[in-house]
Design a protein around this ligand. Structure first.
Ligand code: SF4
Length: 67
């Protein structure tokens, strides 16, 4: 079965921190780059990951298939 995991499009992240605020188990702002990164792709229910995605002002968060 193909599962999906969240991914951050690094080039468009505006470093606002919304995703980490909504879902800190999955998203974290990298101290060095300031950009968001996925620290645990299955760290929260999909619904809350989706909430974080929906609240990204630059729409930088997306689902990708994991093979
Ligand atoms: S919500 Fe979007 S723009 Fe803001 S830190 Fe997360 S990925 Fe970056």
């Amino acid at each position: 079965m193909v599962e999906r995991i969240p991914q951050v499009k690094q080039e468009c992240c505006q470093e606002c921190g919304n995703c980490e605020a909504v879902c800190p188990e999955v998203f974290h702002l990298n101290e060095a780059t300031g950009k968001s990164e996925v620290i645990n792709p299955r760290g929260a229910p999909e619904e809350r990951i989706q909430d974080a995605m929906d609240q990204c002002p630059a729409q930088c968060l997306e689902w990708v298939e994991e093979s």
